[in-house]
Write a protein that binds this ligand. Structure first.
Ligand code: CO
Length: 211
């Protein structure tokens, strides 16, 4: 059997399982979504957000890209963020990186990867800022995994620099932003940071809100 056909077969089995548990499952699913969480994660196939958090359809709004970056000129991410915050009114945003991230590894190297180099440049810029700490690690893997953590912390900060987040904090006192890292070797999520609404943002990045 061709590999892709396995997916279609599994889908039929999954849909039937749902119906067996709850006959109106898909009617209710089709009515709309009210997820509490926005997940910003890496595209890596080994970190499926709903699987590792035990959530199901309707619970998590998801954006994924290589190395879970929050780039303030990325209209794709910003559209997802605005929709999640202003229309879905999510309570929590989770930026989730993962140890062993190929994107972070590539950003530490010097290979010519075309367009990818331009995307990963954002991580090189983070490395430069945190060089004094990162260069203390002789072990490449440890240095890479510390950069994975620092990258998550920086992306959480990048969210707080957006007018979307600052506006929602001023008007609605939400959302809370979390920085997590997933361990491929143990399957566990590490809780790195929690930033509550109204947290201090470096003043050069702040916008005026009347409300
Ligand atoms: Co990755």
């Amino acid at each position: 059997m061709e590999t892709y056909k396995r997916l279609l077969l599994a889908n039929r089995a999954w849909a039937q399982e749902r119906l067996d548990l709850q006959s109106d499952y898909f009617e209710r699913l089709a009515e709309g979504q009210t997820p509490q969480f926005l997940w910003i994660g890496c595209s890596d196939s080994r970190v499926p957000p709903d699987e590792v958090t035990g959530t199901g359809p309707g619970e998590v709004f998801v954006h994924r890209n290589i190395a879970n970056l929050v780039v303030h000129t990325d209209f794709n991410l910003l559209s997802v963020l605005q929709y999640a915050v202003e229309y879905l009114e999510v309570r929590h945003i989770i930026v989730c990186g993962h140890y062993g991230c190929g994107g972070v590894t590539a950003a530490m190297g010097h290979a010519r990867l075309g367009l990818l180099n331009k995307w990963l440049r954002h991580i090189k810029d983070i490395y430069k800022v945190h060089r004094s700490e990162l260069d203390m690690y002789d072990d490449h893997e440890r240095r890479r995994d510390r950069l994975v953590e620092i990258n998550v912390l920086e992306q959480v900060q990048n969210l707080t620099k957006t007018s979307i987040i600052q506006g929602a904090w001023a008007r609605h006192k939400r959302p809370t932003i979390h920085g997590w890292v997933f361990g491929l070797k143990d399957g566990l999520l590490k809780d790195l940071v929690k930033v509550e609404p109204g947290a201090i943002v470096d003043e050069i990045y702040t916008y005026d809100f009347d409300e």
